[in-house]
Design a protein around this ligand. Sequence first.
Ligand SMILES: *Cc1c(COP(=O)(O)O)cnc(C)c1O
Length: 230
Amino acid sequence: MDIKSNLAEVENKIVNACKKAGRDRSEVRLIAVSKTKPVEVLQEVYDENIRYFGENKVQELSDKIPKLPSDIKWHFIGHLQRNKVKYIIGKVDLIHSVDSLRLAKQIDDDSKKNNLISNILIQVNVSNESTKFGTSNEEVFDLIKAVSELENIRVKGLMTIAPATNNPEECRVYFKKIKELSTEIEKLNLKNVEMKELSMGMTGDYEIAIEEGATLVRVGTGIFGERVYS
Ligand SMILES: *Cc1c(COP(=O)(O)O)cnc(C)c1O
């Protein structure tokens, strides 16, 4: 399959999942997860009118940005080290993967230095797997309260990665849980905090994520095909 038909299939599945859930298609944004893929292939996807791209490595992202059109909205979706924050501040539309106050403070500091505001999501390890980054379902409240005090950060919602499984139905319970957390956090009415985005769902489970309220789905393999790591 080529990129064009892959994209058509993903779009079709998004539309159907929205219908099934009684949601409007405009409530869900597709993030094309382009990690490991060469810029020529990203350009092909861009030419099909995709404007949101997700990358998980600072170096790779920095290499790609100047080689592609400037109206791309880059989303950083990987684990972010504090010493690398300075390389992506002002260059990304949204950082999905903030899971500690230390990291949030670094983003705040670097944003201040650049005289700008950074939009972030808080990553929650909703399935509590030891191999995954993210704050816990319990700690997320204190973390967001502390982050809300930082002046140059806006929290736009939550992000999670569901467990890898052959049966995506098993992810539904985690998607429901994070939606529930987001509703509870919204009720706290914290300054600089909105719970309008839920980043959840990857190639294997994005339809279920949409049924459970995802606003950002991160699809890599479903668009670009399998990744080859050298
Ligand atoms: C790689 C990656 C994805 C995309 O995964 P696919 O299964 O290829 O769709 C989504 N989210 C994160 C955080 C990733 O690292």
